[in-house]
Ligand binder design. Structure first.
Ligand code: TXA
Ligand code: MG
Length: 314
């Protein structure tokens, strides 16, 4: 299949309306979208990404009115989070409406809903005229794409179109919060921190996944965010393993020598750059990547979550 590259949100949206799969930018990472009501197009997403079929998709909306097409009920807490954080990098899981196909939610009765704040995403979603389900636009298991070129690297010839926008602003995926039970539970950390959520709903809990056999966010059990290189969480005076082609990323400059080094001005810039750095390391056949550990406040908590997953997978 020929993958069309375009800067036109309306051209990309026309392909969604015709049943195609289209990658588009958001403020977090690039997503791979299809019409939420088109089961055939949803299947194409899973095929193109080689995504396990038990991993549910997030529905993206261009206007608040579309929530009613997706959710059967909206709790008071969900309303408060939407009021505070929509549009933005937050996904709210609600009980789904019977019209949403089970293929979109991997047979769950709930659906994750998010309204991106990225301008091109908004223009695209409004032009689609329907909610768009979209996982991150990478091959399953690879680092999420933060540029359209990274999408092209993974999915060229496997999808209909890439809507070419700027590199993403945040660089890590959205915070996911489950609002289907009495107290909201954070399923995945992102740019919206637990502290920010608790200011809106103080009873918000961190995920208790480890206490149960069945993770509440099925996607989290899959291999994730991993470059081909081994990932090691480190401090800035780490000495690289000899005879390995090694890289380093962090906010403090490393003391020893590495084949590849990226030093960022702060933790936000680190989060913004980490997935692209992983990809760069793979292109340059780096064997081991040392990632400086950061304090777990604000986006630092989400960054450490991604680094731990990448380290576990390697
Ligand atoms: O920032 C983001 O969220 C990006 C952009 C494209 O919006 N999307 C993204 O999608 O990261 P994906 O599929 O890579 O990750 C979605 C996560 C998965 O871990 C999945 O398990 C969880 O959200 N999720 C989706 N629907 C869910 C549901 N109904 N219940 C529990 N978890 C859900
Ligand atoms: Mg993903």
């Amino acid at each position: 299949m020929e993958t069309l590259l375009t800067h036109s949100a309306s051209e990309a949206a026309a392909l969604i309306r015709k049943g195609g799969v289209v990658a588009f930018p958001t403020e977090t990472v690039y997503g791979l979208g299809a019409n939420v009501f088109d089961v055939q197009a949803i299947k194409e997403i899973f095929r193109a990404k080689r995504r396990p079929t038990d991993n549910p998709l997030i529905a993206h909306i261009g206007e608040m009115g579309q929530i009613e097409l997706l959710a059967s009920e909206i709790s008071a807490e969900a309303h408060m989070f939407m009021h505070e954080f929509f549009p933005g990098p937050l996904t709210i899981v609600l009980n789904k409406n019977e019209k949403v196909p089970m293929a979109a939610t991997a047979d769950l009765n709930s659906i994750g809903i998010r309204m991106p704040r990225n301008e091109l995403a908004q223009e695209f979603l409004k032009a689609c005229g329907t909610p768009v389900v979209a996982p991150s636009a990478n091959l399953s298991g690879r680092p999420s794409p933060t540029t359209w070129q990274a999408v092209y690297e993974d999915l060229k010839g496997r999808i209909d179109c890439i809507l070419q926008g700027d590199p993403t602003e945040i660089g890590l995926e959205s915070t996911v919060i489950d609002c289907t039970s009495r107290h909201p539970v954070v399923l995945r950390l992102g740019a919206i921190s637990l502290e920010q959520l608790r200011k809106v709903v103080p009873m918000t809990r961190a995920s208790d996944d480890t206490a149960t056999d069945r993770p509440r966010s099925p996607g989290l059990k899959h291999r994730h965010y991993s470059p081909a290189a081994r990932v090691v969480i480190a401090v800035s005076d780490i000495k690289p393993e000899p005879e390995k082609k090694a890289a380093y990323i962090g906010v403090d400059a490393p003391i020893h020598r590495f084949a590849e080094v990226l030093t960022l001005s702060d933790v936000d810039a680190y989060a913004h750059s980490v997935f692209e750095f992983f990809r760069q390391c793979d292109r340059n056949e780096i064997q081991i990547i040392y990632c400086e550990s950061v304090p777990e406040t604000g986006i630092g908590a989400a960054l450490m979550d991604r680094l731990r997953r990448a380290a576990e997978a390697s």
